[in-house]
Design a protein around this ligand. Structure first.
Ligand code: PLP
Length: 425
């Protein structure tokens, strides 16, 4: 029986009193199963302008007609065809990130690592090419270079980028690096790189500069405005900011790199879902407010910690005795030193640190950072657990070191929690 012959009734035998809300009149005479599939979709109707970009949960997008679809697929007309190529919710986030970083184009990814992978591929290196990377890079970034790129002939060269002489020497070494990968604020010791010098010297030997700006965020520092070529983020951290979404982004300064970035995103396929894009874009709206509070809280916490006799050292660029204080003051947003700090409990071993972490009631021992919640991370247990004790000692990562991502709570409560946990130490 064809749809035309069948009576327009539902499968449970009830005559529909209202036709389904659709412009497609033919649906009224279709089988229930067909109506269930198409009803409500592609309504057209009066133009609506949502204040906030909705979640376009659609894997494909249709053209007005076949010719329009052909034009979009051929690249002669802008538009949407397939979710892996572009999605309006994701594009809205990408536009926001391009504006915040002062770049020309952004591609969003499913995680920070996917974004870093794309950023490195964007350099279009050949076997034998060198990537010069900061030694205190995020752990997985280290691993990406060593386990995925090195076996394919790309040579990672690690150097302490805070050591100006060592950095210069590593740039001059033949073959000169094709790319330099750095983080303006390092993990876990919160060291600050003098980015102007890093970028200028890298460009002098023809290397592109990739900046992992996850810790600083464009609220503190905009690498592309400072002359860097590619900036990437783990959007899982400050951009989302609420611990409920994972994502990453790559933003470029040179318009000539946009097409390569787009095609890389299509081929890697690690695209951001519209649901996560919506959450991250929502997070961006309060990025400045959150960071303003996080910077103020972090400074107060750092000052308080520095006055405690049981605390051996505090690493926070907002403190005048921090090695990066002058650079941070010149380089970052005036008065802002970030929401990340680290401190060392005097003579604390692993067991004492476990005790301290377990006594915390407000600060969360979560393996992430940049959220509205205050979070602690124990480097020798998490980010640097695979480093040998000798290597950790050389890098200045002691058994008593704890990293804090300061949240937006009332600072008295954050300090109060640290105080009660320290008192028993
Ligand atoms: C978390 C993080 C990454 C990786 O991001 P994911 O979203 O976890 O993939 C890269 N760099 C830095 C500095 C990070 O903190």
């Amino acid at each position: 029986m064809t749809p035309q012959q069948e009576a327009p009734i539902t499968e449970d035998g009830v005559e529909p009193t209202q036709p389904p809300p659709t412009q497609h009149a033919a649906l009224n005479t279709q089988h229930f199963a067909t109506t269930a599939v198409h009803a409500g979709e592609r309504l057209g109707g009066p133009a609506i302008m949502p204040t906030s970009t909705p979640i376009y949960a659609s894997s494909t997008f249709l053209g007005e007609d076949a010719a329009a679809l052909d034009a979009v697929l051929g690249g002669t007309q802008k538009g949407y065809v397939y979710g892996r190529y572009a999605n309006p919710t994701v594009v809205a986030l990408e536009a926001a990130l391009t504006a915040l970083e002062g770049g020309v184009a952004t591609a969003a990814f499913g995680s920070g690592m996917a974004a870093l992978h794309a950023a490195l591929l964007l350099v279009e290196m050949q076997p034998g090419d060198v990537v010069l990377a900061a030694r205190d890079l995020y752990g997985a970034s280290h691993a990406l270079l060593n386990t995925l790129f090195a076996p394919n002939g790309i040579i990672p060269r690690f150097v302490d980028c805070n050591d100006a002489a060592a950095y210069s020497a590593a740039l001059q070494e033949e073959p000169h690096p094709r790319a330099v990968l750095v983080e303006p604020i390092s993990n876990p010791l919160i060291r600050v790189l003098d980015m102007a010098g890093i970028i200028e010297q890298a460009h002098a030997v023809g290397a592109l500069v990739i900046v992992d700006n996850t810790f600083a965020t464009p609220y503190l520092y905009q690498p592309l405005v400072g002359g860097a070529d590619i900036v990437m983020h783990s959007a899982t951290k400050y951009f989302g900011g609420h611990g409920d979404a994972m994502g990453g982004s790559v933003t470029v300064r040179d318009p000539a790199r946009e097409a390569t970035l787009r095609s890389l995103s299509k081929l890697l396929g690690a695209v951001l879902s519209p649901f996560e894009a919506h959450l991250v874009h929502r997070g961006l709206k309060t990025l400045a407010l959150r960071l303003e509070r996080q910077c103020a809280n972090a400074l107060a916490v750092a000052q308080w910690l520095a006055a405690q006799p049981t605390v051996a050292a505090v690493h926070y660029p907002g403190l005048p005795d921090h090695t990066g204080h002058a650079v941070a003051t010149r380089q970052f947003r005036p008065g802002a030193y970030g929401g990340m700090l680290a401190f060392e409990i005097r003579a604390a071993d692993r067991a004492a640190m476990f005790g301290f972490i377990d006594r915390l009631r407000l600060l969360i021992p979560a393996t992430t950072l940049g959220d509205v919640y205050s979070q602690v991370s124990y480097p020798i247990m998490s980010s640097h657990r695979d480093w040998s004790p000798a290597l950790r000692r050389r890098a200045g990562i002691s058994d008593g070191l704890l990293r804090v991502s300061v949240g937006i709570e009332a600072v008295e409560d954050i300090i109060g929690d640290l105080e009660q946990a320290l008192r028993a130490a």
